[in-house]
Write a protein that binds this ligand. Structure first.
Ligand code: AP5
Ligand code: MG
Length: 215
């Protein structure tokens, strides 16, 4: 099964992708995580992406499309993948279709996670993640069962993202509204768009996604 999680910054894409990885043995392909890894490694791609990401704008389509196409070719993606944060523009959506056809693959579902923008700044500014496995937490909404220990992998190191500040979040929301939300009709027309209530509690969002995938 190959699926897309589509939603505004802070909608819960990463949170739900990690759950789907565990429950369906899929691989999470988060373009944001890949870019942050490239920035941390100091690669050419990382150098090109850093300033754009810090400003909350979108990295150039060509770079992202090449990055995701190469990643899908890796053997661990054979059992299916979750695209988290890709596609985010019409050219990316069209390139994905061509890419999948060329690789003999197809999309099974696109899950839209619908949220109220007002809630997102609080979600994003309270977020932190496990350095070892990437599991996401929140100061208020998702606290590890044992303080300072990751529920998923037992890791004890956590970090916060450079772009998780109120000012950058506003620019990221604008990019979502202007460049990403307009691709929703593309998937609605294909009949594979399923919408879930991203404002619900984390477990309830998971339940709605599972119901959408089973339908
Ligand atoms: P990316 O890393 O994709 O960031 P984003 O889209 O802004 O989304 P986030 O990761 O912030 O949110 P999320 O939906 O994953 O939420 P999460 O589950 O963590 O992209 C970063 C940057 O990289 C972009 O700005 C751009 O520059 C570049 N980029 C990436 N992909 C690109 C592309 N395709 N093209 C061009 N540029 C690209 O949840 C957030 C918090 O809320 C967490 O703390 C969580 O615990 C909590 N939470 C989750 N669900 C709930 C819930 N239901 N109730 C309460 N709290 C919840
Ligand atoms: Mg994310």
């Amino acid at each position: 099964m190959n699926i897309i999680l589509l939603g505004a910054p802070g909608a819960g894409k990463g949170t739900q992708a990690k759950r789907l990885e565990d429950s369906h043995s899929l691989v999470q392909l988060s373009t944001g995580d890949m870019l942050r890894a490239a920035v941390a490694s100091g690669s050419d791609l990382g150098r090109q992406a850093k300033a754009v990401m810090d400003a909350g704008k979108l990295v150039a389509d060509e770079l992202i499309i090449r990055m995701i196409s190469d990643r899908i070719d890796e053997p661990d993606c054979k059992g299916g993948f979750i695209l988290d944060g890709f596609p985010r523009t019409s050219p990316q959506a069209e390139a994905l279709d061509k890419m999948l056809t060329g690789k003999g693959l197809r999309l099974d579902a696109v899950i839209e996670m619908k949220v109220d923008e007002d809630a997102l700044v609080e979600r994003i500014t309270g977020r932190y993640s496990c350095v070892k496995c990437g599991a996401g937490y929140h100061d208020k909404f998702q606290i590890p069962a044992k303080a300072g220990v990751c529920d998923r992998c037992g890791g004890t190191e956590f970090n916060r993202r450079a772009d998780d500040n109120e000012e950058t979040v506003r620019t990221r929301l604008e990019a979502y509204r202007g460049q990403t939300a307009p691709i929703l009709p593309y998937y609605r027309d294909k009949g594979i768009l399923k919408t879930v209530d991203g404002m619900a509690a984390i477990d309830e969002v998971t339940r709605q996604i599972e119901a959408g995938l089973a339908a």
